[in-house]
Every structure is written in structure tokens, then in C-alpha cells.
Write a protein that binds this ligand. Structure first.
Ligand SMILES: CSCCC(=O)C(=O)COP(=O)(O)O
Ligand SMILES: [Mg+2]
Length: 249
């Protein structure tokens, strides 16, 4: 007798860091690479339109942030001073794992160089791709929602340790849709993918993100991976936890 297994959700949204990719890869490879290379990147690509757009976004952001953070400087106009100030601010924000959209956009451009040179391969846990293939066979679309820019997300999955995974992913969302701690971000994502929130499962390592998604009506589970922050007992009492994507099948 054949048994058919059905999943209790019609779309899956995945966080990246701490969920399907190790925190260590992001914190010990990607962030240090961006920290070391932000100045060189700006020197080499300063006059490109994409770089100038990000610099102007960072200039506005720096004015706002400098009001509450003495370590953030206003970005001066001349090229060398501008590069010096952007580098100082971006390094400050990397050290504090700030999820600031224009800074994440610049990180993505810097990481593209590393992926192109083969210096970096996107980490994904071994349980991830086999489960995504099963969901694909069940016609369940898979989306990514990360604080990393969509550009950085696509680079990670196009250059992953499992090869190019982009053909199994239906779409990508970053903080341009909204911050991950805001429930409205998840409502907007569900509206864009055309699936009711209650039919969508969101997996993340961060309780505040799970809470925001739950408030929006999504199904949520917290993912435990080596090196992740320890979950409080309250979080474990509130959300189902998994240690492998196999547990959602
Ligand atoms: C897309 S790889 C870089 C991820 C990143 O910059 C980040 O801040 C991770 O945040 P997430 O929301 O995926 O936990
Ligand atoms: Mg995460």
C-alpha cells in the first residue's frame, strides 16, 4: 500500500543565518571579509552608479544614526574622506551585527567579489537540500527572508557548498519589505506570494522573528543549530523547535 505524506503548509519561508546556514559562516567568514575589504571595495568601485546610490543612502543613514551613536560619523563629501567615513561606519555596524539595509546592500556587493574569486562558498546544512527537493516534488514553493540583501542571498545559494541551489528557490525577501521583527513584513510577503499566512511555515533561529511571524498568522518553528544563541525556556515553551529540516516533513 502506498502512503502519501502531506505537509501541513503550502509554502515555506526560510531565514538564513542560524537556520539553514551556520552562524559561523556568516560571522566568521562573510562579516570579516566585508570588514577587511570595505575600504578597498570603495576605492575600486567608487564612481560606479550602484556604489554612489549606496553611499548616498549610507550618508542619510549616518546622519540619523549619529544623533544617537557617537561612534557614527557624518559622511564628508570629498572622495577620500567619504571612503574613510563610510568605512568607519560600516565597520562599526558590522561589529554590532546591525541589520541596516544600505549597509547590507554594500556587503552584498563586496561579497560578490569573494564569490567570483572562489574565495567563499555559501554554507548550507546537509539536511537542507534533500528536504527542499522533497518539498519541490510536493509542489510547495520555498522562499528566503533574510536581513542579508537579496543580492547577497542569491550569491550564497548560487555559490553554495551544494552547488547552485537557486533553481529550487521561488523567491527572496530582505529588509526592503520590512524589518524581520515586524509582523507587517510577513503579511506583505504572504500577499506577494499569494498564499494565506496560516498556510505558510516560517523557520528561523530568532524568537523575535518567530513572534512577529506568528502575530501575522503564520505557522512558525524555531530552529536550533550548533553555535546558535541558547533559547530561553519561555521560547521553547512557546514555539516548537527543530534541529533539522527533516522534522518539518
Ligand atoms: C545572505 S548571507 C548574509 C546574511 C546576513 O547578512 C545576515 O545579517 C543574516 O541575517 P538572517 O536574517 O539571515 O539571520
Ligand atoms: Mg537568522
Amino acid at each position: 500500500m502506498t502512503t502519501t505524506t502531506t505537509t501541513q503548509f503550502n509554502a515555506l519561508i526560510l531565514d538564513i543565518e542560524g537556520t539553514i546556514t551556520s552562524i559561523s559562516f556568516v560571522k566568521d567568514e562573510l562579516f570579516p571579509y566585508a570588514f577587511e575589504n570595505v575600504g578597498n571595495y570603495l576605492e575600486e568601485h567608487y564612481d560606479k552608479p550602484a556604489t554612489q546610490i549606496i553611499i548616498e543612502d549610507l550618508r542619510r543613514l549616518s546622519e540619523q544614526q549619529s544623533e544617537n551613536d557617537v561612534a557614527v560619523v557624518r559622511i564628508r563629501e570629498p572622495k577620500q574622506e567619504c571612503i574613510e567615513d563610510v568605512t568607519k561606519n560600516v565597520r562599526h555596524w558590522i561589529k554590532r551585527d546591525k541589520k541596516l539595509t544600505p549597509m547590507k546592500a554594500l556587503q552584498g556587493l563586496i561579497w560578490e567579489e569573494a564569490y567570483k574569486r572562489g574565495e567563499v562558498k555559501g554554507h548550507v546544512y546537509p539536511d537542507v537540500l534533500p528536504v527542499l527537493r522533497i518539498l519541490e516534488n510536493r509542489k510547495i514553493p520555498i522562499y528566503i527572508y533574510s536581513s542579508g540583501s537579496v543580492h547577497a542571498q542569491k550569491l550564497l545559494f548560487a555559490n553554495s557548498v551544494e552547488g547552485d541551489m537557486t533553481n529550487i528557490l521561488y523567491g527572496y525577501f530582505d529588509t526592503n519589505i520590512g524589518l524581520k521583527g515586524e509582523s507587517n513584513s510577513y503579511l506583505k510577503i504572504c500577499e506577494q506570494i499569494g498564499i494565506r499566512p496560516e498556510e505558510v511555515l516560517f523557520l528561523t533561529d530568532v524568537k523575535a522573528e518567530a513572534s512577529a511571524a506568528k502575530r501575522a498568522g503564520l505557522q512558525t518553528k524555531l530552529v536550533i543549530r550548533p553555535g546558535n544563541a541558547i533559547l530561553t525556556q519561555e521560547a521553547k515553551n512557546t514555539y516548537e523547535t527543530i534541529q533539522s529540516l527533516e522534522e518539518i516533513l
